[in-house]
Ligand binder design. Structure first.
Ligand SMILES: [Zn+2]
Length: 137
């Protein structure tokens, strides 16, 4: 796997590690916890193994990386090497995300995705507040 990482992706990962002190999922979990919400994490018994599961609100939250899940935000750039490999890989991620989300919804779950780019320092607070309100609505 590591060998398939192009230089672009490696530098993107490094940039990400440098730009945040903790992982995006941790930022979101800490915030929700501070708001008094209780959750389980990485629940394997549910489709897509959601990052955060709030049973009380019948809600699951996915914290998605813009590259791996092809967010239409400008952060997603197809690597210029191994194009075929990456196109296939990323498109299958997107397809799986969609299938899993539909499955969860059919089981009565509210599915919320929060994107890595929404957790940039400048807009993080607002994004987290929006997420919280969406959960408890
Ligand atoms: Zn994004």
């Amino acid at each position: 796997m590591a060998d398939n990482h192009s230089k672009e992706v490696r530098s993107m990962n490094m940039a990400h590690i440098r730009s945040t002190n903790s992982k995006p999922e941790e930022i979101v979990r800490k915030y929700l916890f501070s708001k008094g919400l209780r959750y389980r994490k990485n629940v394997r018994s549910l489709p897509g193994k959601p990052d955060i599961v709030l049973r009380k609100y019948k809600t699951v939250v996915f914290v998605n990386g813009c590259f791996w899940h092809k967010h239409d935000c400008g952060r997603f750039v197809m690597p210029s090497s191994n194009v075929e490999y990456w196109t296939k890989k990323i498109n299958s991620n997107v397809k799986r995300d969609k299938e899993q989300s539909e499955l969860l919804k059919s089981q009565g779950w509210k599915v919320i995705v929060i994107w890595e780019c929404q957790l940039k320092k400048k807009i993080r607070e607002q994004s987290l507040l929006n997420l919280y309100e969406e959960i408890i609505k």
